[in-house]
Design a protein around this ligand. Structure first.
Ligand SMILES: Cc1cc2nc3c(=O)[nH]c(=O)nc-3n(C[C@H](O)[C@H](O)[C@H](O)COP(=O)(O)OP(=O)(O)OC[C@H]3O[C@@H](n4cnc5c(N)ncnc54)[C@H](O)[C@@H]3O)c2cc1C
Length: 386
């Protein structure tokens, strides 16, 4: 079998590259995935009750990039959707990220009004302030508020999610948690937001529908690369796996989802409720609020963070800290040596948390780089060890 390209992984990174190479450069592409479906972690499916569920956790498409939105919109229409999340704190459901509405729900009104005035005066209305910065506040009341938010919203959620103390985590995680001086309850403020109208899997079917693309599922990269000739390889799987873990395993945090069908038309009146301080699970997802599906009953999922165990569960979140950056740098250096023969991209190959739009953007950029690079002749496909 001869192809111009083998792409390992049929998530957003792999599927967008396959589509571009097939439709814009008339390349013959084989895309393989070890799972039994396309779509990577964005995959959705109808469960036995006819409810459309997100198998690997809730996925909301949001971006500020018009280019990315218009690109993806060629393959789907959208259900307009603005994501909001509430957290269960001291017996109340309050908006997160913590904002002025959360303040008003949790504190007596005269105190909430005073704190609101101070927050606006100090930071300005509509501003997002990292919680770690607020903890350095000089004003005793604002400092106390920051401590409260840190304790109730952030600290134990972080411990549950990562099984680490907040101080052990990279500032890219801790610094991301904002206090929003606003009444805007939306989780994302991006210009473009939505859920694919007929689901993510149909979006991927449309992305991969080009006649130059062949799909092979339930196929490990290692099983196919030695037997199939291709000019080039794109690898969107775990970079440490590609190099057979020779510099050690890159740690991930994993999740397990306990899906339950409930005989109620509306279980929690919203798509996501976070539980920072109660229960072992971090959140409950209710899928029909994402999709707008009108079906009897409702499927929900309890989301439990877990350690990642190779071969047992899925690697979900890279654990960003200095030690892991050093391991990744060793693999990245080896990957660079293969430049022009094997390209690495995607959340697992870059060992980086990407939103879907960032994965699409990464793939579009790589496509531009590839097409500007030299023509590579047909050669033996590199083996998994490079
Ligand atoms: C719980 C959760 C919720 C999320 N929610 C959102 C959200 O709301 N909005 C948002 O924008 N983003 C969200 N994301 C991020 C989103 O899932 C990623 O941006 C997206 O999955 C990245 O696509 P990818 O192609 O790089 O990786 P993936 O989707 O992981 O695709 C990689 C594919 O490669 C395959 N593969 C790996 N190794 C091999 C191998 N050796 N051989 C064959 N196949 C292989 C895998 O099976 C997988 O299908 C969320 C992520 C998580 C974990």
């Amino acid at each position: 079998m001869k192809f111009d390209w083998i792409i390992v992984g049929a998530g957003f990174t792999g599927a967008v590259l396959a589509e571009r190479l097939a439709s814009q450069a008339d390349q013959q592409v084989l895309i393989v995935d070890r799972r039994d479906h396309i779509g990577g972690n964005a995959y959705d499916r109808y469960d036995e009750h006819g409810v459309l569920i997100h198998r690997y956790g809730a996925h909301i498409f949001h971006t500020n990039s018009r280019k990315i939105w218009e690109y993806v919109s060629q393959f789907t229409s959208w259900r307009p959707y603005q994501h909001t999340v509430k957290a269960f704190i001291e017996g109340k459901l309050v908006p997160v990220p913590f904002n002025l509405n959360s303040l008003a729900s949790l504190f007596p009104s005269s105190m909430a009004d005073r704190l609101e005035r101070k927050l606006i005066e100090r930071y300005g209305f509509g501003v997002k302030t990292p919680i770690l910065k607020m903890l350095d506040e000089q004003d005793p009341e604002l400092k106390e508020l920051a401590r409260y938010i840190y304790r109730e919203v952030f600290e134990s959620y972080t411990r549950k999610q990562w099984d680490l103390e907040p101080a052990q985590l990279d500032a890219s995680v801790t610094g991301r948690v904002p206090v929003f001086i606003s009444r805007d309850d939306r989780y994302f403020q991006d210009v473009y937001q939505g859920i694919p109208a007929r689901g993510y899997t149909e979006l991927f079917q449309s992305l991969l529908a080009h006649p130059n693309i062949r799909i092979m599922l339930k196929t490990q990269a290692a099983d196919i690369l030695p037997d199939v000739q291709a000019r080039n390889v794109v690898f969107t799987g775990p970079i440490d796996e590609y190099f057979q873990y020779r510099h050690g395993q890159l740690p991930y945090r994993s999740l397990s989802f306990d899906f339950r069908y409930e005989q109620t038309s509306d279980f929690q009146q919203m798509s996501v409720v976070n539980f920072p301080n109660d229960h072992l699970y971090t959140r409950i997802l209710e899928f029909k609020h994402f999709t707008g599906q009108n079906v009897p009953g409702s499927t929900i999922a309890y989301e439990y963070p877990q350690p990642h165990i190779l071969g047992i569960n899925e690697p979900y979140y890279p654990v960003p800290c200095e030690a892991n950056k050093l391991i990744f740098a060793k693999y990245a250096a080896e990957a660079k040596d293969l430049n022009g023969r094997v390209y690495f991209a995607g959340r697992l190959a870059d060992y980086k948390y990407y939103n879907m739009d960032q994965a699409v953007g990464r793939a579009l950029k790589l496509y531009d780089e590839i097409t500007q690079a030299r023509e590579v002749g047909v050669s033996d496909t590199p083996t998994l060890a490079g």
